[in-house]
Each structure stands twice: as C-alpha cells, then as structure tokens.
Write a protein that binds this ligand. Structure first.
Ligand SMILES: Nc1ncnc2c1ncn2[C@@H]1O[C@H](COP(=O)(O)OP(=O)(O)O)[C@@H](O)[C@H]1O
Ligand SMILES: [Mg+2]
Length: 400
C-alpha cells in the first residue's frame, strides 16, 4: 500500500500514531496534577521499563497534559558522566517561559537566581572553581543574582532554585513539572539532590513535581541514594501491550486511512511483536508497505516478517550490540545461552561458570554493560538484558 500514507512510526521517542494501552497512566497523572494544583500532597512519578516499551513517548504525553493545564514544564535527558546543572537550567528556563507570570519583576528575580545556578558550574577536577572562560552563558538577559542557589552544593542550590520557581507557579495558581528521561544515568550527587529537593518541596506543599523515566533498576538507583525515595516516588511499570492494546495500536491508525486487518494477520503480528510497542510499530510499518490492498492478510505479514526482522536487527539490536567491546559481547553471549530465547534474568555466578572465569574478573565487563544501558541488575546477583528479545537476537544473529 501507499508508503506515503504509512502511519506507523518505529523509532526511539517517535510519537506513535495511536498511544495505545496507557489510559491508566494518563488518568493517574491527571489526578496528580489536579491534587498538586489544589495543594494536596502527592508523590512524584517514575516510569520504569525495558527499552522500546514507550517510556519516552509516554513522558512526552504527560508533559503535554501538564502544558494543557497551563503548567510550566521542562525536560531533560540524562547522560552518564554529565552534570545536571546545565540541562536543568535550560529546562527550568523553559518552564518559566511557559508559566508566563504576569509580573516581570518577580519573573526576573527568579531568572537571576536561575542564571546564578547555571553559572555556578562545575568545579574543576581538583575541586578548584571553574575558570572564568569555562563559564557557560545561559541565554538569560537579566543579571545573575547572588546568595541564592549559587553555593556550588547541588542539593542546597536545587532546593532554593526549585522553591523559587515553584513559588512563581503558585502565584499564578499553576505548577511546575520537570521531566527526566533516562533517569538511571543521572550522577549519584545529582540523584540525591533531586530526591532531597522533591522531599523538601513536597513538605512545603510547593506545586512542583518531578516525573522520571528509566530502566527497570531505576528504583534501586533512587533508593541507594536516599532511603526515603520509596515514599517520594510512585513507580509505574511500563510494559508490553496486551493483545487488545496492541491491536488498537495497529488498527486505529489504519482505520483513519481506510485500511483493515484480517484477524489472522493480527494474530501473527501479535506473535511476532510480542506486545512490545517498538516491535508493533516496526512490523506494522513493513507489513503496510508489503501489502497490496486492504484488508491486510496473514500472507502479507509472513512476507513482511524477514524485512522487519532485518530492520530491527540493524536499527534496534545491532546499534546497541555495536557499542559493546569484545569482552562485553562475550559476556552477553553467555547471558543469552543461559537465559534462552525468553531472555530470562540469569545469575552472575552462572555467567562466570559458563565462561570458566572468576566472578570478580568479569565485574568490569558487567559494570560497563550496565553503564552502557545494555543490561541491568534485576536483583542482587542477577543480570538481565534491558532490550527485549536481545537474547534471542544474540542466539540467532551475532557471531563475533
Ligand atoms: N502506547 C504505545 N502504543 C503504540 N506505540 C507505542 C506506544 N508507546 C510507544 N510506542 C512506539 O514504540 C517505540 C518506542 O517508544 P519509546 O518511547 O522510544 O520507548 P522507550 O523510551 O521505552 O525506549 C516508538 O516507535 C513509539 O512510537
Ligand atoms: Mg526512551
């Protein structure tokens, strides 16, 4: 069928033509926004799940919901080894602009604090203050204030800055929502500063919420940082779509183009995609292009499958596999052999036995795979792939 009209959108963070199966999360978020706007205590939200289940697009959708209520919002994508100070400054700058507080003087005062916070960048490696020429100039026109949010201690500075930003939002009867994607990659000092700030602001009844998204071990990262994080955040596990939702993800966009699917075609697509949103989009896209006419049949799906798999092998699996060193690949192959095609979590000691090595000698490979976001520690002594079907991919494709 006409590839120009193909509605499906496989790709990281690509907005799906139909956001299927996330009504529970969306309405939970509406309640959170409403409660915070009324000054009620609420926990911040954290979405967790494997790669490709739709955390980023859901986070973006939640952001739209906040914007639609007139909230100020900002979004960050955390990266390993990067301080949050600059990205946070930019995100909060955006939130302030969205709030459109009518009084310029109050806004400028907070902008001055924000600028001071932004410029108090990183101390050098030895703890020496950054050189003047390293100073970053955020695009803020007001002069930097002094004495607030500029101590250099992230925890203190963040509490002060966020209180001021939330104060402006409270003035106009709105709130501020800060979205943090790939939150497992936030550096330990910054994680603990964020937890502390959320804790402090929720005690003050300030209308500010942090919404995080990350890999399944994110709750463990947060609780390792602050033991009270379990009470601070509400964790929502984002998972595969059930059959009804997966069908809707395919059918609703097709219907808008006057295209239908046979039931057998949907059966086969569900078997192939296993309910993982990324795969649903990938198979949907290729099947559409292969099909000659509506309704799309099981034969179309069978014909499309090898091309869809080949695309996933390059774009979804291969791009990640390529990031691993030979030692890390060896480690992952052992995991795949042990976990089988379902990609079950395996014991780290079993990996060591399978490779005929001492567990300690494998720690560097494992830690670096965790840092690269390819595997995560499901629980103590256990390790699993962050990418669904990765074990299956390794067993059938990669050989080096
Ligand atoms: N609820 C959904 N319904 C249909 N497709 C979805 C849904 N959520 C995500 N997708 C699709 O899945 C893919 C991965 O989404 P993304 O948000 O990048 O996942 P994650 O951030 O969890 O890795 C994208 O192509 C997106 O369009
Ligand atoms: Mg994502």
């Amino acid at each position: 069928m006409d590839p120009v009209r193909n509605p499906y959108a496989p790709g990281a963070g690509q907005r799906p033509p139909e956001l299927a199966g996330r009504d529970t999360e969306l309405s939970a978020f509406d309640v959170v926004l409403e409660r915070i706007a009324r000054g009620r205590p609420e926990r911040s939200l954290v979405l967790t799940g494997l790669r490709g289940v739709g955390k980023t697009v859901l986070l973006n959708q939640l952001r739209s919901a906040a914007i639609n209520r007139g909230w100020g919002t900002g979004k960050i994508e955390a990266r390993p080894d990067q301080s949050l100070r600059r990205p946070l400054s930019a995100a909060l700058h955006m939130a302030l602009r969205e709030l459109r507080h009518p009084d310029q003087e109050s806004t400028d005062a907070v902008l001055g604090t924000l600028k001071a916070f932004a410029q108090r960048q990183a101390e050098g490696p030895s703890g020496a203050p950054a050189k003047v020429r390293d100073r970053w100039q955020p695009g803020i026109d007001v002069p930097a204030a002094t004495g607030r949010a500029d101590s250099g201690d992230m925890e203190i500075d963040l509490v002060e800055l966020l209180s001021d930003v939330a104060g402006l939002a409270a003035d106009v009867g709105k709130g501020v929502a800060l979205f943090i994607d790939e939150m497992q990659d936030v550096q330990p000092d910054d994680v603990s500063a964020i937890c502390a700030a959320c804790h402090e602001l929720s005690q003050q009844g300030s209308p500010l919420i942090v919404v995080g998204a990350g890999l399944p071990h994110l709750p463990a990262v947060l609780s390792a940082s602050k033991s009270y994080s379990e009470r601070l955040f509400r964790y929502l596990r984002i998972d595969r779509l059930d059959r009804a939702a997966a069908d809707r993800a395919l059918l609703a966009p097709a219907e808008r183009e006057d295209v239908e699917f046979d039931t057998e075609a949907l059966d086969q697509l569900y078997a192939a995609a296993d309910g993982y949103p990324y795969f649903v989009q990938a198979y949907g896209k290729v099947t559409w292009d292969v099909a000659a006419a509506s309704p799309i049949t099981a034969a179309d799906v069978a014909m499309a499958a090898p091309a869809a798999e080949a695309e996933l092998a390059v774009g979804f699996f291969g791009s990640r596999y390529d990031r691993a060193t030979p030692a890390e690949r060896e480690y992952m192959h052992a995991m795949a052999e042990l976990g089988g095609p379902t990609g079950a979590a395996v014991g780290t000691s079993d990996v060591a036995v399978a490779l005929g090595r001492k567990p300690a000698s494998l720690s560097p490979a494992r830690d670096s795979l965790i840092k690269k976001g390819l595997v995560y520690s499901a629980e103590r002594g256990q390790i699993a792939f962050t990418v669904p079907h990765f074990g299956r991919y390794l067993l059938s494709h990669a050989t080096d």
